[in-house]
Design a protein around this ligand. Structure first.
Ligand SMILES: [Cu+2]
Length: 696
């Protein structure tokens, strides 16, 4: 049975790594778990040309929606819960967004051209894959190293790719190369992506959506007898990225990382040990006439951590997983004085001074094959999260800074060290009734401790508050030292029906219900001079429920190739329990329907995307409603032996629409004299996208 599992796993690994190195994957002893997990196998290549935003690769995964942010930095949400509520791992690393606006979320640290596999666990997460998150887990990986096989003394592989998008004159260039013996492998992957601001369906410029990113990664792999050791080292530089829905822009994000992973199989089971380090220097300011301003803000974040996971084969029926993880995040966030400014000086504004967030985790999980039909998974996990920060100071401008000066004095006098001990539980069962139907259901309790900005942002002056917040809503935020961790209790089930060969059709439905105790939401503490809200993070309970549906069916198989229809539907409803008010940015009813044709090397796909009206909005945050819309996208690709050509048109009928999770258009609001409140951000108009990839 173990052999079968390993075989299935290696097939999956092979299928997932469709990039340059597909032919020569080494089979890593990866640790897997039973859970409703969605892996993307075949479609990553075709998605890459439509956007350079790595998060966009997940846009059609059931249960996932995206808060749009900078052009390369969307924030994924699962079942209405966004950002830090989702555990996002890049090559197994936990990278914290070191920015008060979360301009640099985890997925922005890997270019979409370098993604070789993705996996999403929405809702019920096994404790071995969760911790310090309540929504679910997203894992994105670059290609594993390749090794020479079949008596080759040396194996070399490489690829170059280019893509162009008409709507923002966007271009992506990528290159990868590797050289390997049967024991040692050395690889490089790099990319440069650049785009101007895009235009909406009416041809109007959506200001401040331009960006440029550069990513480089080196991979060293060493293969032993039943083990692999992989080190990935990388460097990112984003010289500029505009944020249409934030007051500030990114004028520099320079990051370096080192990530070492050792995996080994033994007679008793498997071991996976990882250690990683990541350092980000993030600078905000202004760089474009599309959203002018003056004010510097600097952030320095550092993540260090390790994961030790083992899998013990106790018997034919029982697998025990034990794990220990440590993650430490250090943060400094300071705003240098602006010379000659009346309000921004003479001192440096210390927003987060020597902030620390340390997490130490232990988990145990038992997977039991009860009989040929029933499998159970039981897990318990403890995360001890400690946060602290040093004393702070305001700009020191006297009377004009009085609100901040008073707040700084109060903050400095308050004890700031906090320690949370969080218990997570998961109980899942899977019943394979027959070849054609599988049922999974269960319960989970998951906990997330507040992030440093939620606990320790302290400024109470209008400008200081407006600088905090990753919601793209133009509102100001104040932290709250006494915030408690949020605890989500989720009940969910997935029923999946398919034909006995699993080739002709499949239909899956996942209802879910989550009650979040101490959900970190907001209270309104005032209104700014421009009419936006001033909000403070507080705990209040929330309730989220909804439904994901996915299906596919073969339509024909004849001289016109293979035809298949696919559909995905998502519906979520989220409210604050006490007031009944809607939770912010809940994706309205949405669906995607596609018809795909595969004729030998050709793949053609036409997709209809339907999004309902967003009328359930968070009044506290002045969230705008958005109208429903439908978009048609077209894609075709042709795969020759070593050359792949992609051509696509997104928003074929050039529809004008507002992004339901795009926040508000601050750039446009500024340009028009800040009259009234800012409106929703328009989505991109028709874009013709083309790409070519050559392997050698
Ligand atoms: Cu930032």
């Amino acid at each position: 049975m173990r052999c079968n599992r390993l075989f299935a796993l290696s097939v999956l690994t092979l299928a997932l790594n469709q990039t340059v190195f597909a032919a020569d994957q080494t089979t890593l002893p990866e640790i897997t778990v039973t859970a409703p997990k969605i892996e993307q196998a075949d479609s990553l290549d075709s998605k890459r040309i439509d956007s350079n935003d790595t998060a966009s690769l997940l846009a059609d995964v059931p249960g996932v929606s995206l808060y749009t942010n900078g052009g390369a930095s969307s924030l994924p949400a699962i079942h209405g819960m966004n950002d830090d509520r989702v555990k996002v791992q890049v090559d197994g690393m936990q990278i914290t967004s070191a920015c008060a606006n979360h301009m640099n979320p985890s997925l922005s640290y890997i270019s979409s051209s370098n993604v070789s596999s993705t996996s999403v666990i929405a809702g019920l997460t096994p404790v071995s894959r969760g911790g310090d998150s309540i929504a679910g887990t997203i894992s994105v990986s670059s290609a594993p190293p390749i090794f020479a096989t079949n008596g080759e003394t040396m194996h070399t592989a490489g690829s170059v790719g280019a893509a162009y998008r008409s709507i923002n004159s966007g271009s992506s260039l990528s290159a990868a190369a590797s050289v390997a013996s049967s024991v040692v492998s050395l690889g490089y992957a790099g990319s440069v992506d650049k785009a101007s601001s895009y235009k909406d369906g009416k041809g109007n410029l959506v200001r401040d959506t331009l960006y440029e990113t550069r990513n480089n990664q080196l991979t060293l792999g060493i293969k032993g007898d039943g083990s692999t050791f992989v080190v990935k080292a990388g460097q990112q530089s984003i010289p500029y990225q505009g944020y249409v829905n934030q007051y500030m822009d990114m004028v520099g994000n320079d990051a370096n990382y080192l990530n070492a992973d050792y995996r080994s199989g033994y007679a008793w089971g498997k071991l996976d040990a990882r250690i990683y380090w990541q350092d980000t220097k993030h600078t905000m300011g202004f760089f474009t006439s599309e959203k002018p301003g003056t004010m510097p803000m600097n952030t320095h974040g550092k993540d260090v951590g390790y994961d030790l996971h083992t899998e013990l084969d106790l018997s034919q029926q029982n697998i025990l997983r034990l794990g220990n993880e440590y993650h430490s995040f250090k943060l400094d966030d300071w705003w240098p004085a602006v010379p000659m400014s009346m309000m921004m000086g003479p001192n440096t504004y210390e927003n987060i001074n020597n902030g620390k967030r340390d997490r130490f985790s232990l988990f145990a999980e038992l997977e039991t094959r009860l009989d040929t039909q029933w499998t159970s998974l039981l897990g318990i996990r403890n995360d001890r999260v400690k946060t602290d920060t040093g004393t702070v100071q305001d700009y020191g401008c006297g009377m004009m800074c009085m609100a901040d000066a008073t707040a700084a004095a109060t903050f400095n006098a308050h004890s700031r060290a906090k320690s949370d001990s969080n218990i997570d539980l998961t109980a899942l069962a899977r019943y394979e009734a027959d070849q054609g139907s599988t049922y999974e259901f269960g319960y989970s309790r998951k906990t997330r401790s507040p992030n440093l900005y939620e606990r320790y942002s302290w400024g109470q002056g209008g400008m200081a508050m407006a600088m905090i917040g990753w919601f793209g809503d133009a509102n100001g935020y104040v932290g709250n030292i006494d915030l408690r961790p949020e605890i989500a209790n989720t009940l969910s089930a997935t029923a999946r029906w398919n034909d006995s060969t699993r080739k002709d059709w499949e239909f899956a439905v996942t209802p879910y219900y989550t009650n979040v105790k101490d959900y970190i939401g907001v209270n309104r503490i005032g209104t700014s001079m421009s009419g936006t809200a001033n909000l403070q993070f507080v705990n209040h309970d929330a309730r989220i429920y909804g439904l994901d549906i996915s299906s596919k069916a073969a339509v024909w198989e004849n001289s016109y190739g293979i035809g298949q229809v696919k559909g995905v539907l998502g519906w979520t409803h989220g409210t604050r329990t006490d007031t009944g008010g809607s939770l912010y940015h809940t994706m309205p009813l949405n669906a995607r329907l596609s018809l795909e044709q595969v004729v030998s090397e050709w793949t053609n796909k036409i997709e209809l995307q339907l999004v309902g009206k967003k009328s359930n909005v968070d009044q506290l945050r002045n969230e705008p409603t958005t109208s429903g819309y439908s978009l048609v996208n077209f894609h075709t690709d042709y795969q020759l032996k070593t050359v792949r050509l992609d051509l696509g048109v997104t928003n074929l009928f050039n529809r004008l629409y507002s992004l339901p999770l795009g926040g508000v258009d601050i750039a446009d609001w500024n340009a028009n004299g800040n009259v009234g409140l800012p409106g929703a951000v328009a989505g991109a108009g028709r874009s013709v996208n083309a790409g070519i990839t050559v392997k050698f």
